[in-house]
Design a protein around this ligand. Structure first.
Ligand SMILES: [Zn+2]
Length: 263
């Protein structure tokens, strides 16, 4: 039953999709083995996806190339969250060979202190290749809804200073950890942080606010066939997560009513 509903929601999402943004896709880890994150993708599957992009004439872009407002159907921004070690050991050599660009959102505490993540030396090398750009993802991977004056220094200013130290530029891209945000968090980030592009993880939708951009992205899963991958690139899944959310809310409400009826 659940599978059917998913299929229906994806179908509605496909036919209602109006793509007006470059394709924005995200990963966490590409692995040959067990890995660390919840979103792992096998290296062979990842290779096929990148080859597909190349064959179809997609141009990969860096975060700093998203500034222009022009929409290009054949541009894709590939992002990795957190900065796991494989991003340097597996993804980077392969992408270099393919001459394709990608981006990493850094969890700076892990980059500084944890061997499961890339190091600042890795960051430096990748950045100098001009194939990789970097954005921010807080210092400790905190849920951004809980960022306020009390932890602003630790989660925004301090990681920004590390970024500036190693990359010699100011960070302007931010990705919400856990994809978690609400209206209040978006407004806080728009008004109080120096970031000009905010990235969510729920569909490839774009909004312009006070000359800053709030953008969505679509996650790529290990189970995705090439046709699902193609639909995710083409905006076919942009409305799916939202529809899924609406559907769950409606379901919850009807469950509540049932409960009221019988209690
Ligand atoms: Zn993350």
């Amino acid at each position: 039953m659940k599978k059917h509903i998913k299929k229906i929601l994806i179908f509605i999402s496909s036919i209602t999709a109006i793509k007006k943004n470059n394709s924005m896709i995200y990963y966490h880890e590409v692995t040959n083995g067990p890995g660390y994150s919840f979103q792992k993708i096998n290296f062979e599957i990842f290779k096929d996806q990148m080859k597909y992009l190349k064959d179809m004439g997609y141009k990969t872009v860096l975060l700093n190339e998203l500034e222009k407002e022009n929409y290009n159907d054949k541009e894709v921004c590939i992002m990795f969250d957190d900065g796991y070690k494989d991003n340097y050991e597996i993804v980077y050599p392969f992408m270099k060979e393919m001459n394709m660009k990608f981006n990493i959102f850094l969890e700076t505490n892990a980059v500084t202190n944890d061997d499961a993540y890339i190091s600042w030396t890795n960051v430096d090398e990748m950045y100098k290749s001009n194939l990789v750009d970097f954005g921010m993802h807080t210092h400790t991977h905190i849920d951004a809804r809980f960022i306020n004056e009390s932890n602003y220094q630790e989660e925004i200013l301090y990681p920004n200073s590390l970024y500036e130290k190693y990359l010699d530029k100011k960070p302007v891209d931010f990705c919400f950890p856990f994809g978690a945000y609400n209206k209040k968090a978006i407004n806080y980030f728009l008004n109080y942080t120096p970031y000009i592009r905010l990235f969510r993880s729920d569909g490839n939708l774009k909004k312009m606010k006070n000359k800053k951009l709030v953008m969505g992205r679509v996650g790529i899963e290990n189970e995705d066939s090439l046709s699902v991958f193609r639909r995710k690139l083409n905006g076919g899944y942009d409305n799916y997560l939202y529809l899924n959310y609406l559907f769950k809310r409606i379901l919850k409400r009807s469950e509540k009513n049932e409960y009221r009826k019988y209690s």
